[in-house]
Design a protein around this ligand. Structure first.
Ligand code: BGC
Length: 810
């Protein structure tokens, strides 16, 4: 069953009923100010950091669901409704939600009044604009009471939701005409405030939640909305909110707009106050003046549309396969942008208070984003590298606001260092900007110990190489990619963190997955050394890599697939010797992507085993058989009931690894079949079962052992970046290399032709791939601007040039 449809021409997903199986959200903002908005107007806003600079409150695990948000109420003669249906839930005569690129439009109609709520974050400004357009579609004049409503968060979202003995006393506001200023803690150490404004004079307002909602009221039926007016309350402590009220009349056929804005303002310390205790509002006033008219808002919307048009124009696909085209050209790249901005911090499943930016997560997100704005990718690489320790290990997470490593979680996740090589190499392949390797970068944010980025990569490589276990495979530490495979943890106390309990380093537990990474990304490191003429270093790196490859083919091999790991006692994990958890997905994908076992046939065998043992119609499960009991020697993975999350769920992130691996072996049919299984647009018809948004990937779909089906944790997942790498580079075969763009597809034999527009190092390549012999792999000829070339590597074009490429497979 569907709950809406794709509107490809407008680049929107149009939701046609508010009763989606779960809130289906969108992200507004791509620089500093971010808002999440659901299809019923729920959501929240923050500036840069969802924990430390939270503007509005959100109750995640609430019932009823999704009550907090960007609210508009209409009281039409006692009938109270919202353009997005929630929270009043009055049945609407018509409803649509259009989620587009950085904007959302909620349209509701009730008794002849149409209301459109248009939300977006303008480019270059730290605010959200909410334009409400009301239309009287009847022949009689209509008088309405219209209200806006947001509930402020007292900045630190963690403290806000826990430290009530203090924060019930700290809330402060100021009101000047239609601008409501939230200034909690501004009197002391904060130099920032929020402003919630309207562009027209209000009839009344409220800033106290008790006054607006009523102590035992709530957003579903606020007392002020029921009464038809606010009480001009000024909050002192308790819960500061912002609510505007307009008493207005619409003539027959009349349309009227009210522009609301929610802004974040920082003042220099010396300019905080305009009078004792009164905040300096100059910057807020300037912001409000920028969005005072419809023409200004229209221009800001156009600038946003142009920005996205430009971003997406760098990678466009026309294949004739509608679902594929819309995912590749639009939604997958859009999600990559969101994961790049958010890492795993703020969604409807990630509260923004738990994790900041993940080291490995952000490095991987960059793989799907780097082609869009390389300059931001560059900045990100340098930020991430600065959270590395001098021995090459790294903090596992860092806060986006401070860019400092998060010591609650610390380090010891032994895959982390290698992801830094992965993303830097991807950046170099995309841009050819070798200067990044010379950039001085701090260790542990200590600038006195800065070293060139290349030295960081060297230490990443060395960190793995100097942490090998008894079998010559890399030690796993706290965990590798799979945060829940905790082989040195041995936790028996309820509530202990699996990620921080026990020694961070065990001398025995080894990871075959990190071995695969070391071979893949170690080789990429060696190529960088080649390029820098570090001949000896490249040679010794390759010797080290060869040894780990051998260990993987022997100690890491189980007979028909790659083992997953060795535990702290030296016993294999992911082996037929095990009673449960005999085969895992991760090493099969990573080792084959690294080319391990390609010559020996082991790679073919491993993927065959995946197909036989892990495949389902909706993706490849993480392991089989699922663990049915808690295992002290394995940690969190065995804490999940069978079929969920890392315990045999379909963990979408590593499905593309299998698809990439199939492409490495030339299996285009199977690579594409695996790609399609988890691809949202292909699952739209079963939205009632899948439950999450049909336009973005989710982290996890319940596996075949799970009693209930469906996906969870949509939006913030490395799946976005990896599926984009998978489809764009491995399947469609448009591959950035250190020396230029290569075209080497591995496609389903049924795909007869496709065209890609790809911006690369400033030039635009128009690539047409023809597949006249219905093959899956193999390039017969390539022409560039009509002239044949040898091989598949396109000559580098000059910035600004347009290049016509025709690739004929066969
Ligand atoms: C984390 C990733 C991790 C994955 C598998 C995600 O929730 O953000 O860093 O690789 O889970 O455990």
């Amino acid at each position: 069953m569907r709950f809406g449809h794709f509107d490809d021409a407008r680049r929107e997903y149009v939701i046609t009923t508010p009763r989606t199986p779960l809130p289906w959200i969108n992200y507004l903002g791509s620089e500093d100010f971010f808002s999440l908005v659901s299809n019923t107007g729920g959501g929240y806003s923050f500036y840069r950091d969802a924990r430390l600079r939270r503007l509005t409150r959100y109750r995640y695990n609430n019932s009823p669901l999704d009550m907090d948000g960007h609210r508009i109420y209409i009281n039409d003669g006692g009938t109270i409704w919202n353009p997005g249906w929630q929270p009043a839930k009055t049945e609407l005569d018509s409803y649509t939600c259009r989620h587009g690129l950085g904007y959302t439009i909620l349209q509701g109609e009730k008794n002849g009044i149409a209301a459109a709520q248009e939300l977006f974050v303008p480019r270059g400004d730290a605010c959200e604009i909410d334009r409400l357009t009301l239309e009287n579609k009847t022949a009689a004049p209509r008088t309405l009471d219209v209200f806006s409503y947001v509930e402020f968060c007292l900045w630190d979202a963690m403290d806000d939701s826990s430290n009530f003995q203090r924060n019930f006393s700290t809330g402060e506001v100021e009101v000047v005409e239609s601008a409501i200023y939230h200034k909690t803690e501004y009197r002391e150490r904060r130099d920032h405030y929020a402003v919630f404004w309207a562009n027209a004079p209000v009839t009344s307002f409220d800033t106290s939640r008790d006054a607006f909602c009523g102590v035992y009221g709530g957003p579903a039926a606020p007392e002020a909305v029921k009464a038809g007016h606010c009480s001009n309350s000024i909050a002192h402590g308790w819960a500061p909110v912002g609510a505007h009220h307009f008493h207005l009349t619409l003539a027959p056929g009349e349309k009227k707009s009210i522009i609301f804005g929610l802004g974040y303002i920082e003042n220099p310390v010396g300019e905080k106050f305009s009078a004792p205790g009164i905040i300096n509002k100059a910057r807020a006033e300037a912001m409000m003046a920028r969005y005072a008219t419809d023409a200004q808002v229209d221009a800001a919307r156009r600038a946003l549309a142009d920005y996205w048009q430009e971003l997406l124009s760098g990678w466009q696909l026309t294949s004739g396969e509608e679902k594929l085209d819309r995912m590749v050209s639009l939604w997958n790249q859009y999600q990559c942008m969101v994961t790049f901005n958010m890492s795993r911090s703020a969604s409807y499943y990630e509260s923004g208070t738990g994790r900041g930016m993940g080291f490995r997560d952000s490095c991987q997100d960059l793989l799907g984003f780097v082609h869009m704005i390389p300059s931001r990718a560059r900045e990100r690489i340098l930020d991430i590298a600065a959270t590395q320790f001098a021995d090459g290990s790294s903090y596992h997470q860092y806060q986006p606001l401070t860019k400092k490593g998060n010591s609650d979680v610390g380090s010891g996740f032994n895959d982390d260092p290698l992801w830094l090589i992965a993303c830097t190499a991807a950046y170099l392949r995309e841009t050819g900007d070798w200067s990044i390797l010379d950039e001085p970068v701090a260790f542990d944010n200590d600038v006195t110990r800065a070293q060139p980025l290349m030295e960081h990569l060297r230490r990443s490589f060395r960190n793995t190489h100097t942490h090998l276990g008894p079998l010559g495979l890399p030690l796993i530490g706290r965990a590798d990619w799979n945060d829940c495979l905790n082989l040195n943890c041995f936790s028996s106390e309820p509530g202990e963190s699996f990620q921080t309990t026990g020694p961070s380093e065990g001398p025995v537990a080894e990871s075959v997955f990190i071995a695969g990474m070391f071979v893949k990304y170690g080789r990429e490191y060696a190529e960088l050394c080649d390029h820098l003429h570090l001949t000896e270093e490249a040679a010794s790196a390759r010797t080290a890599i060869d040894a780990v490859e051998q260990a993987t083919l022997t100690a890491g091999w189980d007979g028909a697939w790659f083992r997953r790991a060795y535990d702290a006692f030296g016993a294999p994990v992911g082996s037929r010797e095990c009673d449960e958890g005999q085969i895992f997905i991760e090493p099969q994908g990573m080792c084959v992507m690294a080319g391990i076992g390609r010559e020996t046939g082991q790679a073919e065998a491993a993927l065959k085993s995946v197909e036989e043992r892990l495949d389902t119609p909706y993706g490849v499960v993480l392991l089989q058989p699922a663990y049915t009991t808690y295992r002290l020697n394995l940690g969190e993975i065995s804490s999940y009931p069978p079929g969920y999350k890392e315990n045999a769920g379909i963990f979408c992130h590593n499905n593309p690894w299998i698809s990439c691996a199939e492409a490495v072996l030339g299996h285009g049919d199977r690579a594409f079949a695996v790609y399609k299984k988890t691809c949202p647009a292909y699952l739209e018809e079963i939205s009632e079962i899948h439950r999450t948004e049909p336009y973005v990937y989710s982290q996890m779909v319940a596996g075949r052992d799970a009693p209930t089906f469906g996906a969870k944790n949509s939006w913030l997942t490395g799946t976005a970046a990896w599926t984009f790498v998978n489809i764009s580079q491995y399947i469609l075969g448009i591959q950035p290399t250190l020396d230029g763009l290569r075209v080497d597809p591995c496609i389903p034999h049924t795909l007869a032709s496709y065209a890609v527009t790809r911006r690369y190092r400033g030039a635009v390549y128009h690539i047409r791939v023809e597949n006249p012999h219905a093959v899956q792999k193999g390039v017969q000829s390539v022409t560039v601007n009509g002239a044949p070339i040898a091989g598949t590597l396109l000559p580098l074009a000059k910035a600004g040039e347009n290049v016509e490429v025709v690739v004929t497979m066969g």
